[in-house]
Design a binder for this molecule. Structure first.
Ligand code: MSP
Length: 469
């Protein structure tokens, strides 16, 4: 294994990015920065899922050529990822010719586990997926994510024989060989796995023409999920290249709604290809807005660009990484966002301004960054409890604020200047030690703070880091 490999779900490009999409990227970026902090080089994939009816219909509705449509939207996603301060090493588009060709090779390699059959069942166009009769009944005939009635589809399709791998998948999940976080989702999935039928992995071309052709059968195209899931390895070059330097992935990050594809179909594909299963599957919760589910299909989406424009990137990352749990749903409201911004300004912004001003007055020079151990922080990060790890850093920041208040270096400067210098220098060293890990969450701000407190002469920032509204 050369470099740990982290993957993100590849969003459908039937529209522009929405707030929910930010979660995958922020979590992946945080994990990547943490691993890099621990001295590792990391490969991080991102990309776009560009085939399927949903996208084809959207382009037709807008009267745009399908290729132009996906090209434009793929660019919007790349811009969006950059605007979140997220750095990926690889970007895959499922319409890349290399991906399409490799996907066909994957299909051929899976042929021992593929058969043709007629199928009739309930299908959600929003999910691009069938549901079991039980799910249909439990949800009263309507997809809870897309608020659309399931439709009955009857097709002659190719199937992947999930039953060939079910027991092996169950065992891998139960023993944490394929570790699903959080545990309640692992349990939920193991329940679902019991009734998981073989999956249909193709669609008749007359129904879906925007897809990768099934090798050797012109009448069928690949089911979009087979095409999409393959991205995680086609981007590494599979099957043309040996991917063992990167695969199995260290962590695959997905939203809770698509865990079942990643814990069921994907492991079946990997086993069919004789490839090892990923080590970790992290399923994050959903971002809701004012307590309501947000989805492209429902249309109640908040534009993340509007939030980014309000106070810039750091407050955005602060809110979604500290005040959103890594694994549960997180609610966004403008009130909560403003409160989070004020907290950032009061706790961190003021500390930097105050301490730098005192340092300047007392001619304290910049200090070196000390790497410090913090097993509690590491334990939280390793369990993917990023928001709790972030809390640990914030406790450190609160501590520094308390120390300034208690030790009153401005008063000491009058009575015991040497002691004042000692107190301030120690505060700077301690802040820099915290800031070193703050860079995992808030890279831009951490860089500004490091610049201030490692400079030959400490100067407060010309404008406060987080100006008051
Ligand atoms: N194209 C598939 C993924 C294929 S991966 C091989 C897909 N696309 S999506 O655009 O619907 O979702 C992309 C990611 O965004 C998924 O991880 C999904 O869970 C996540 N989210 C979509 N809406 C979300 C929220 N409201 N909140 C948090 N994450 C959400 O599924």
């Amino acid at each position: 294994m050369k470099e740990p490999y982290i993957t993100t779900a590849i969003p459908y490009v039937n529209g522009k990015p929405h707030l929910g999409h930010a979660m995958d990227y922020l979590l992946a970026d945080t994990l990547r920065r943490y691993m890099m902090y621990c001295g590792k080089k990391v490969r991080l994939q991102a990309g776009t899922d560009e085939h399927g009816n949903k996208i084809f219909k959207k382009a037709a509705e807008q009267g745009v050529d399908i290729q132009d449509f996906v090209d434009q939207n793929a660019l919007k996603f790349q811009d969006f990822i950059h605007s979140l301060g997220v750095e990926y090493t690889d970007f895959i588009r499922t319409t890349d010719p290399d991906h399409e060709r490799r996907c066909q090779a994957i299909w051929e390699k899976l042929s021992d586990h593929i058969y043709k059959d007629k199928y009739e069942g309930w299908y959600c166009e929003g999910c691009e997926g069938y549901v079991t009769d039980k799910e249909y009944e439990d949800n009263h005939g309507e997809c809870p994510d897309h608020k659309k009635p399931y439709i009955k589809l009857s097709e002659e399709n190719y199937y992947l024989r999930i039953s060939d791998f079910k027991e092996r998948i169950r065992e891998a999940i139960e023993t944490d060989e394929l570790k699903i976080t959080p545990v309640f989702r692992k349990k939920e999935f193991l329940n679902l796995l019991k009734d998981m039928p073989d999956v249909s992995i193709s669609r008749p071309k007359e129904q879906v023409e925007w897809g990768i052709p099934v090798p050797g059968d012109d009448s069928q195209v690949m089911y979009v999920w087979i095409d999409a899931l393959s991205n995680y390895i086609t981007i590494l070059g599979y099957p043309d290249k040996d991917i063992s330097d990167y695969w199995p992935a260290h962590t695959q990050i997905v939203g809770k709604d698509i865990l079942r594809f990643h814990a069921g179909i994907w492991p079946a594909m990997l086993l069919g290809l004789d490839l090892p299963l990923s080590h970790n599957l992290l399923a994050h919760g959903f971002v809701t807005v004012n307590g309501e589910k947000m989805s492209k299909s429902i249309g109640n989406v908040v534009d993340p660009v509007e939030i980014l424009d309000k106070h810039g990137l750091t407050p955005f990352r602060y809110f979604f990484l500290r005040h959103a749990s890594t694994t549960d749903d997180a609610d966004f409201t403008w009130d909560k966002y403003e409160a989070s911004y004020n907290e950032l300004a009061n706790d961190l912004g003021n500390l930097v301004q105050r301490l730098a001003t005192l340092c300047k007055k007392n001619s304290i020079s910049g200090q070196k960054v000390e790497k410090r151990e913090n097993p509690d922080f590491d334990a939280r990060m390793e369990k993917y409890e990023f928001n709790f790890a972030f809390d640990i850093l914030w406790e450190g920041i609160a501590e520094l604020n308390k120390r300034i208040d208690a030790e009153k270096p401005w008063a000491l400067a009058k009575t015991d200047p040497e002691k004042a210098k000692e107190v301030l220098t120690k505060l700077v060293v301690d802040l820099l030690a915290i800031n070193d890990r703050l860079a995992i969450f808030l890279p831009d701000t951490a860089k500004q703070i490091a610049d201030v407190f490692t400079a030959t002469e400490i100067q407060p920032p010309a404008t406060p880091l987080f100006p008051k509204n």
